[in-house]
Design a protein around this ligand. Structure first.
Ligand code: SF4
Ligand code: SF4
Ligand code: SF4
Length: 470
């Protein structure tokens, strides 16, 4: 179903003014959160930056935005904006003269998400401190803003979003499961479209509108080429489309649509990239480790995670990385290779396939995407419902200066909805298992192997996650 058929939605998405209004609110909020982290109370549970980012924003992101809107957060995220405005030399429409920044192409060998994997792991390894120390949260948020600005001055388009942002990496992975997509309407229109302004920007066409094929009206919109370095005409999955809506404005043929679709439609065509496969392991493993560290009963494990720089922390970091880069992928590899030897038969007699190459391995990890998402949903339910009452207190006194703006500054901490927590988490995990089993079947069909080992792997990891959470 095409949502952009709704006239009010289409004009809201095309309007640079409505988007700018949202961006300004988000940017002001972001800067306020940085300031609250740097100058607010050092008590994490009462500091607006900690409470707002790691409880409220996280809950909205993982429970609502990613599952239902994919990269919806990236559509309103303020982090790339100052850099992008400087890079373009304009806040709204393309200017007559562009500023002379370096505008380099991003290096070819880095055109993957390994840097995003590393940046996420860095945050994950230090997360115990990040989640509890306001000034560290403030510094990290400010660093992301300045890194995005710096990269915009050196490289073309949104290099930070596309290749470095630790949040964007996992949003991109899980956005494939969302029931929403931005796609072209008619491939043939793109084939004959002169200049491909959705990628190159309208100004490169010279706007000699009557010579274009097909000819355009003289008042066609000008616009920028895709900031995410994606050719919209070739989009087949959500991963790298930041839903910035620029191509909707720039396409002179009105050939871009936002569609409602079934959940996880992108996963029918599995990716064969190893960087994306490891992103799935990183997210799956991090959810399990966080459940153990933040919610589990193991005090020594928790102490090790919090005491950054000590020998206990190094052991914790080594175990963390071993789980993500060796144990989880190694076990996965073992499961699929044991049953994929030439001439092997799976337990029900059907032939399984010949050997496991990187392509098969990466394709089959597609099944871990819905599983990982539901692990995060289950973990976040616990984390968020336990700490949600802090939101009320910090809203009334965001900087810890003794204010009581909404009369809730002294709200007493208490976990919320405790009676439904365990059933809701079980439902999320079982739902995730069923979802990944169905995804595994499709991925296995694509690479012509059995899905049974992958389903068993998902079953075992789900049991472990249930044990950690309940
Ligand atoms: S990739 Fe990161 S910085 Fe870029 S829009 Fe998304 S969340 Fe924001
Ligand atoms: S999406 Fe629009 S601008 Fe881009 S190639 Fe297709 S018709 Fe041309
Ligand atoms: S320009 Fe279009 S394809 Fe590119 S990121 Fe924005 S919405 Fe996605």
């Amino acid at each position: 179903m095409e949502l952009t058929r709704l006239p009010f939605l289409k004009s809201a998405l095309k309007s640079r003014y409505s988007q700018l209004a949202v961006f300004i609110v988000m940017l002001v909020g972001y800067i306020f959160v940085i300031l609250a982290g740097l100058i607010g109370t050092p008590v994490g549970s009462h500091n607006f930056s900690i409470v707002f980012v790691w409880i409220a924003w996280w809950a909205i992101l993982i429970l609502v935005a990613v599952p239902f809107f994919g990269r919806g957060w990236c559509a309103v995220c303020p982090i790339p904006l100052p850099g992008e405005w400087l890079q373009r030399g304009a806040v709204l429409n393309p200017p007559d003269k562009k500023p002379r920044w370096l505008n380099l192409r991003w290096p070819k060998f880095l055109r993957n998400i390994w840097l995003q994997n590393i940046s996420f792991l860095l945050l994950a390894l230090f997360s115990s401190v990040l989640l509890t120390t306001p000034n560290i949260t403030g510094i990290v948020l400010a660093a992301m803003l300045f890194a995005a600005i710096g990269l915009s001055m050196i490289f073309e388009r949104r290099a930070f979003c596309r290749y470095l942002c630790p949040v964007g990496g996992f949003i991109g992975l899980y956005s494939q499961t969302a029931p929403i997509e931005l796609r072209i309407k008619d491939k043939q229109v793109c084939v004959v479209c002169d200049g491909k302004p959705c990628y190159n920007g309208a100004s490169t066409v010279g706007l000699d509108v009557q010579r274009l094929n097909p000819p355009l009206s003289a008042n066609s919109n000008t616009g920028y080429g895709c900031p995410w370095d994606v050719f919209p005409g070739g989009l087949t999955k959500n991963t790298y489309c930041g839903l910035c809506m620029e191509c909707i404005r720039t396409c002179p043929h009105d050939n871009i649509a936002i569609n409602l679709r079934p959940f996880s439609a992108d996963l029918a065509k599995p990716s064969t990239r190893l960087d994306e496969a490891f992103k799935a392991f990183i997210m799956l493993g991090s959810a399990m480790i966080y459940a153990g560290v933040l919610l589990g009963p193991w005090g020594a494990f928790k102490d090790a995670a919090y005491n950054v720089g000590t020998s206990a922390w190094f052991i914790y970091a080594t175990i963390f990385l071993a789980i993500i880069f060796a144990i989880l992928p190694g076990f996965f590899w073992l499961m699929i290779s044991l049953t994929s030897r030439p001439f092997a038969k799976h337990p029900f007699g059907a032939p399984i396939g010949r050997g496991v190459g990187v392509r098969k391995f990466a394709s089959l990890t597609t099944a871990l995407i819905p599983l990982g998402l539901m692990f995060w949903v289950a973990f976040s339910l616990s984390f968020v419902l336990t700490n949600a009452t802090y939101i009320l207190a910090s809203l009334s006194d965001p900087l810890g200066l003794g204010w009581n703006l909404f009369g809730t500054a002294n709200a007493v901490w208490q976990p919320m909805l405790t009676s439904i927590l365990a059933p809701a988490q079980t439902l999320a995990l079982v739902g995730g298992l069923i979802w990944s089993a169905r995804t595994a079947q499709k991925a296995a069909n694509e690479v012509k192997v059995s899905s049974v080992p992958v389903v068993i792997y998902c079953f075992i990891t789900t049991l472990v996650m249930l044990g950690l959470l309940l």
